[in-house]
Design a protein around this ligand. Structure first.
Ligand SMILES: *[C@@H]1O[C@H](CO)[C@@H](O)[C@H](O)[C@H]1NC(C)=O
Length: 144
C-alpha cells in the first residue's frame, strides 16, 4: 500500500467549519466540501491496453488530514495500492483530477439541490498525485 496526496492550489484559506461558508468564499468552501466528504472521483489518464490516453474516473476514499488541529488542511489524501488500475495509470502519468461533491452529504438532498446545481457545492482539484511516506500518517488518516 502507498499513501498518496493530491497536491493542489485549490484550497488554501480558513479552516472548515460546521456551517457551510458563503459561496463567494471559494477557498473556504473548498475546505468545507473536502472536510465533509468521505470519497471522491479521481480521474487519471489511462495506461490500460485499449484505453491508453483516455480519461478514466474511479471512486476513492479521501481524508483531509488527521483528526485534530493538524486536520482540515485542504489537502486531499488517498490510501492507495498499486494493484489498483488507477494507481497503475498514476505510475505512468501522475497528473490527475479529483472531484468531491456535497451531493454525498445530506446537505443537497435537504435543500433539494440536484448534484449538478452549483449550489450543491463541489470542488474539482487538478494537479498531480505524490506519494507521502509513513504508515503512522496512514493510520492517523484512515484508521478510524
Ligand atoms: C502533467 O501536466 C503538466 C502540466 O501541468 C505537464 O507539463 C506534464 O507534461 C504532464 N505530465 C505528463 C507525464 O504528461
Amino acid at each position: 500500500m502507498a499513501l498518496l496526496a493530491l497536491l493542489c492550489a485549490a484550497a488554501l484559506a480558513a479552516l472548515a467549519r460546521g456551517t457551510i461558508p458563503p459561496p463567494e468564499e471559494a477557498a473556504r468552501m473548498a475546505r468545507f466540501v473536502l472536510h465533509n466528504c468521505d470519497w471522491g472521483a479521481l480521474a487519471t489518464l489511462s495506461a490500460q491496453e485499449g484505453l491508453r490516453g483516455r480519461p478514466f474516473a474511479n471512486i476513492f476514499s479521501i481524508s483531509d488530514g488527521p483528526p485534530g488541529p493538524g486536520g482540515g488542511s485542504g489537502v486531499p489524501y488517498l490510501y492507495l495500492t498499486d494493484m489498483e488500475i488507477s494507481v497503475q495509470d498514476l505510475e505512468i502519468n501522475s497528473n490527475a483530477s479529483l472531484t468531491v461533491s456535497l451531493a454525498q452529504t445530506p446537505y443537497c438532498k435537504k435543500h433539494r439541490y440536484d448534484p449538478q446545481n452549483p449550489l450543491c457545492a463541489h470542488i474539482i482539484f487538478c494537479g498531480s498525485i505524490v506519494k507521502v511516506s509513513g504508515g503512522k500518517l496512514a493510520l492517523d488518516l484512515f484508521g478510524h
